[in-house]
Write a new protein. Structure first.
Length: 259
């Protein structure tokens, strides 16, 4: 396992920690691939019954690494089926979290931006710290939602709230995430991992077969909608990324960051 994702096992519970704190756990291709591999390994390991996904340092994830994004011409560049020579990890990660068959708990603190939020509907439980701040900044970046979030976010929070979050790119705090249905509970920062661990160990004591079957039933129709949304999103994303408003937004970011 890459040191980009730290692994800790305890009594059937595996904690996967995104470990790129110097970039606030922003996802580049390497982190996507490492996180996807971490989920696949946990899913295949019979000794792992529940997984907690969290982030090292000051936040859960700052989203897509925008310096890398500025170099991506289209979603095809992130799709190993169309660009196998230069496989980008985005599809690896999304496929892994979509297919993950065991209970998955996200423990979110600090910033959860872009993919840091769009991955959350694929988790069975989301616990946020009281310093958590979620954001879906696709329109401000001149692009459209990703990872099926044009479907998954409205399904959870309703169309009005989803429209506000997805169209404006405004921040949502921890209590707001709970009120909107994106998180189960909001806890003090110091209690985040203990709360997630307590829930994980409760689940780990239950029938693994029944848990997997029930998760599969809960998600069956929902996954069909998420996959269809991903396809629609990527088609539109192709025409926007690296052009017009998107290019201007990314050029401004890269310029400000000294890239």
């Amino acid at each position: 396992m890459s040191d980009l994702v730290l692994v800790d096992d305890a009594d059937g519970v595996r904690t996967l920690t995104l470990n790129r704190p110097e970039a606030r756990n922003a996802f580049n291709s390497a982190l996507y691939s490492a996180a996807g591999a971490g989920l696949d390994d946990a899913d295949a390991d019979p000794d792992v019954r529940v997984v907690i996904l969290t982030g090292a340092g000051k936040g859960f994830s700052a989203g897509q690494d925008l310096k890398e994004m500025a170099q991506i011409e289209s979603p095809a560049d992130r799709d190993p089926t169309t660009n196998p020579a230069e496989e980008h990890g985005f599809r690896v990660f999304i496929d892994a979290i979509e297919a993950f068959s065991k209970p998955l708990i996200a423990a979110v603190h600090g910033a959860a931006v872009g993919i840091g939020t769009t991955m959350l509907p694929y988790c069975d439980f989301v616990i946020v710290a009281d310093d958590a701040r979620l954001r879906l900044p696709f329109v401000p970046l001149g692009v459209v939602p990703e990872a099926g979030s044009s479907f998954t976010i409205p399904m959870i929070v309703g169309r009005q709230q989803a429209s506000y979050l997805l169209l404006t790119g405004e921040w949502l705090d921890g209590d707001g995430a709970v009120a909107a249905g994106l998180a189960l509970r909001c806890v003090p920062r110091a209690d985040l991992i203990p709360e997630a661990a307590a829930l994980a160990h409760q689940l780990a004591g239950l029938s693994a077969t029944s848990l997997a079957a029930t998760k599969r039933l809960i998600r069956a129709g929902w996954l069909d909608g998420a996959r269809a949304a991903r396809s629609r999103e990527e088609e539109v994303f192709t025409g926007l990324l690296g052009h017009g408003d998107s290019k201007a937004a990314l050029d401004e970011f890269v310029g400000k960051s000294g890239g």
